[in-house]
Design a protein around this ligand. Structure first.
Ligand code: SAH
Ligand code: SF4
Length: 393
């Protein structure tokens, strides 16, 4: 058996354990080390890594034979040891509102969903960090799917790469395309999974997204959403530096315990302390408080007033998310009038309180509706069979 050339967590997905290493997802240092292990002279490795990096991340090239600034024999050597692979797109659905949802397959045959949301003059890609989720927030469809595994850094940045493929957004050789002119200009880690339970891979992937010689998105165009993994919050600022969103959703521990069960481990007071200390928070880099509007659960005027009191002193905006239903979901969306009234109280207290427009609902691409399609089919089949008295489990 061949010894792995670089530590395993940075080399997956591989085709076979002993197969070629996938370069997608390696950090710059990881790439340089992989080249040295493959036989590239140490003195040249940094420069070669830089050249290959630009082919992969600035130009979207997936074949070594196209890397024309490398010698032919070196390209052939590289092709023997390495591959440049991104997740496979299994299906693509386009919503009436232009939202695109991709189901992508990763190593092991697992699937995750990726959603592209076009907006006026920009576009946001919502990416996943895990297959399923260990947490079980009661209003979230992903939460009904057990955690299968963490995504690798390559699988996380690979979602951005497949979306750029589909949007036709790799620049022509020699042409730069600044983020403000791009279809895919922002990334949100708001798909499947809890990103702070897969910290290193998320960090490495986002470093790749921000690298100025590659995809080159500013850290301010990346938002990581967490359900409140308190011990990892400070690291998000220092090691990634992106913007932070927090799934807040309630103003008392009793209600939040029932919605976001991680609250039992890190209750509201602990979470707020971590947010107050968030090193990057400022008026220009406010923390987003996500608040899902659930009818008669968390949507009263009193909740709105309490929320404003709780977040006092934290540079914040409150993003109100009308609840998106999914098959079997136990909640209802608050009425529009209620959401407006809630929003007004927060706005009057001096905070921005945008109401998130549900996007891609017709293709189940809206917040909290994501779940691997195979899982969904399995579940609904079970439900149908149970309903027909065919199964009792
Ligand atoms: N696990 C992370 C990121 C993924 S969820 C987190 O929990 O923050 C992205 C956002 O969608 C979160 O704010 C989540 O609470 C919200 N969400 C989940 N299910 C939803 C639903 N059914 N309707 C509306 N928003 C939902
Ligand atoms: Fe997981 Fe986030 Fe869904 Fe909670 S809301 S179950 S943390 S994906």
């Amino acid at each position: 058996m061949t010894t792995p050339l670089v530590p395993d967590h940075t080399t997956v997905p591989r085709k076979r354990p002993e197969g070629p290493i996938n370069l997608v997802g390696l950090t710059r240092d990881g790439l340089r080390e992989a080249l040295i292990d493959q036989g590239t002279a140490e003195k040249q490795a940094k420069m070669r890594a830089g050249q290959i990096w630009q082919w992969i991340y600035a130009k979207g090239v997936r074949r070594f034979d196209l890397m024309t600034n490398l010698s032919k024999s070196y390209r052939a050597d590289l092709a023997e040891s390495f591959v440049i692979e991104v997740p496979e797109v299994v299906t693509k659905q386009v919503s009436d509102d232009g939202t695109r949802k991709y189901l992508v397959r990763i190593a092991g045959g697992h699937e995750v969903e990726v959603v592209y949301i076009p907006e006026e003059g920009r576009g946001t890609l919502c990416i996943s960090s895990q297959v399923g989720c260990t947490l079980t927030c009661s209003f979230c469809h992903t939460g009904t799917q057990k955690l299968v595994r963490n995504l690798t850094a390559g699988e996380i940045i690979g979602q951005v790469m497949v979306a750029r493929d589909d949007l036709g957004e790799w620049p022509e050789l020699g042409v730069s395309n600044p983020p403000e002119a791009r279809l895919l200009s922002n990334i949100v880690l708001m798909g499947m999974g809890e990103p702070l339970y897969n910290f290193e891979n998320v960090r490495d992937a986002m470093k790749i997204a921000m690298d100025p010689e590659g995809i080159s998105l500013s850290r301010r165009r990346i938002t990581l959403s967490t359900s409140g993994v308190v011990p990892e919050i400070a690291r998000t600022a220092t090691e990634i530096g992106c913007l932070l969103a927090v799934s807040f959703h309630a103003t008392t521990d009793a209600v939040r315990d029932g919605l976001v069960p991680i609250n039992k481990k890190w209750p509201i007071a602990d979470l707020l302390d971590a947010l107050r200390a968030y090193p990057k928070a400022s008026n220009s880099e406010r923390i987003t408080f996500e608040y899902v509007m659930l009818k008669d659960v968390n949507d009263s005027d009193e909740d709105a007033r309490k929320l404003v009191q709780l977040i006092k002193g934290i540079p914040a905006k409150i993003n109100l998310i009308p609840f998106n239903e999914w098959p079997g979901s136990p909640y209802q969306r608050s009425d529009w009038k209620r959401i407006k009234a809630f929003s007004n109280i927060i706005f009057d207290a001096g905070y921005a309180s945008p109401i998130r427009k549900p996007r891609g609902e017709d293709i189940m691409a809206a917040c909290g509706q994501l779940k691997s399609a195979t899982e969904r089919v399995r579940k609904s089949r079970r439900q149908i069979e149970a309903g027909a008295g065919l199964r009792t489990d």
